[in-house]
Design a protein around this ligand. Sequence first.
Ligand code: IMP
Ligand code: MG
Length: 428
Amino acid sequence: MSQPGSCTVVVGCQWGDEGKGKIVDVLAENVDIVARYQGGANAGHTVHVGDAEFVLHQIPSGILHEGRRCLLGNGVVLDIHQFFEEYDALVARGIDIDGRVGVSSRAQLLMPYHRFLDKAVENSAEVKIGTTGRGIGPAYEDKAGRRGVRVADLGNTKRLHERIDAAKARVVQRLDELGWGSEDLDRAMDEALALGDRLLALSTEVGPEISASLRAGKSVLLEGAQGTALDLDHGTYPFVTSSNTTAGAAATGTGIGPTQVTDVIGVVKAYTTRVGEGPLPSAFEPEMDDHVRTLGGEFGATTGRPRRCGWFDSVLTRLASQVNGLTGVAVTKLDVLDTLHELQIATAYRLPDGSVTEHFPADTWALGKVEPVYETMPGWQAPTTEVRKLEDLPPRARAYLDRIEELTNASVRWVSVGTKRSQIIPVA
Ligand code: IMP
Ligand code: MG
């Protein structure tokens, strides 16, 4: 029997947008399969190849490497229309993806009515989440409520329509109650269902495919979407997404066992960002916020919304290290900090009652009121974008990385210093 291959989970350690797309693209060089295990078209993974920019929402970021097999696991909610739009756009841009994309027969179908409901609920909600409007919450609600339809159901038209009609009727009634129209819904449904056979042709048994590949000595990458603080259980509930984004979900969401995972790489941005509602304890003051947003190009890849920015928060990354069982860290966008003369790192939170904690509080409203305890480090004020070896980084940049490593409790394995594939520093 050959040595089993490696199975690496790549997971976000903040509020998403850590640069997972870039890290997955770099790591995909050495793997055979890349699979998504949760989320849907709410994700926006930006990858630069040469001068071209690709933003992927549902198809794994490994697709830009020739020959890699890319799978969507059972934990994903799949928007058929959006999926084929992305698929066809890749083909139009010259990416050969024939035979390379597989979709779990157990993946949930995200239907147009989920999108309609997401927008209507968000619009009328007292506590707004700031969702991406992609229908993610309603699709996972239908999954847990056992009203969902799955890829396999596309094989039985009669049953498919019965289930969809029932789920849709429920949504239409709810839209009505919310005073939200459902015009165009039927047309959107027809468009989506017309693609059913095309999707069915891509369906596969993802768990067995990954397991067999691992047994044959092939390597697999499981690509997380969003980040730890957006996890349904461990994030800033209710300001979270509706799936488990953390590493434990990688096994459940693809159909393999947790013991098959060999590595968990956490992606952390050298500072912090958040898009959508909910607390961001280490948020910058307004002027600095604008400055770093411009330096880092911090605008949502899915919705175009400006991201709020803040200092590196090690209370959060410590939680991420623990929840995900990180075996290594990739630090991204270090170069964005190149011109700052001083940097701060949040190491603890002071609660409204004056007590200090190093733990991320479960009470999200209390989290909204904490004062971070900061430690200050000098900036390096030198360009890092051309650096390719750790020893060539300015000493103050290395000190910053050492501190991140220490506080996060996981070793830094890669440092990204720009959007290009080549702008990466592997750490031995
Ligand atoms: P939903 O996943 O669209 O329901 O949105 C729930 C929350 O997660 C909102 O605050 C979104 O802005 C945030 N969110 C969802 N997907 C992403 C992502 O890929 N990057 C960053 N934030 C996200
Ligand atoms: Mg993103």
